[in-house]
Write a protein that binds this ligand. Sequence first.
Ligand code: AMP
Ligand code: MG
Length: 332
Amino acid sequence: MGTKIFKRDQLHDAVELLRAGQLVAFPTETVYGLGALATNETAVKSVYAAKGRPSDNPLIVTVSDEAMMRRFVKEIPARAQKLIDHFWPGPLTLLLLAKPGALPAAVTGGLPTAAFRCPDDSLTHDLIADLGDPIVGPSANTSTKPSPTTAQHVYHDLHGKIAGIVDNGPTEIGLESTIIDLSVEQPIVLRPGKITPEELSEVLGEPVLINAGTKATKGVPKAPGMKYRHYAPSAPVQIVDEPTDFAKINLDEHTGVAASKAILQKIGAKHGFDLGPDLIAADHNLFNALRYFDDQPEIKRIFVQGYHTGENSMAYMNRLGKAAAGHHFKAE
Ligand code: AMP
Ligand code: MG
């Protein structure tokens, strides 16, 4: 299968492919998603196959607006309304009770809930609005690999396996959306993202719990996708928590270092990737850095700068923590 790249003036062709049950990747402000018509079970199943994703891991339902979501939920609780009014379109996914039978089991993983997201990207908004139905939107990468932040990353992983990619340039944020569960008594963040628990709590006017997603409820993991090693290149990754520790790494021709330019220059890293000067830049560049080293077979170990700036760095450290399988560099 040839994978076509679509720009703004070819959106209609992408809509036609989606309507026919084909897979088309789409841009968002977080990472690129892999789209399939959410109401078409066969199309949804082919998403799992293209990504190599375990079938117990449900998919986010991507809508063009609140009205579209309304068709698929039991109700919109007052909390959800507050968050929608404040954050949509934007990098926030809401877990709500689904309307029974409205979505195929392949979307929800057979759970009574569904996850809804309305991305802030004009091309994707128009794509879904024109289609008239939601699309599922897991990240458009091979399962367990770093998420894609450019159309080229998607092409790298999925060309030949999907019909097309809508290209709107590099994504702005670079890390996936915050997921908040509103189907339970107390709101709980299942996946950290750009929007912090503190911001959510402020808008809701009540406390918001935090759960990395690994805790099980009645044997069912709350967000099955938040498993241990994920977002990972083949070579082992270590987190470097203190900038001064970079000087203690034994640099050789097999060592990749992702850090700020200042750090890279100081240690004279041979294989360096500039994460940018601050956390916002590092959020934007993290997956790109991991992919950069993953494409170089001679790189056998990767060291990545950690950030410890409270809730703001929670999403970055969550993704990096999973890529590193929890390994932190310890100087000898
Ligand atoms: P990704 O598709 O890679 O962006 O990951 C989406 C995340 O949302 C995964 O961790 C899923 O397990 C989680 N998710 C999606 N739908 C549901 C649902 N109905 N219930 C619980 N978690 C969900
Ligand atoms: Mg993903």
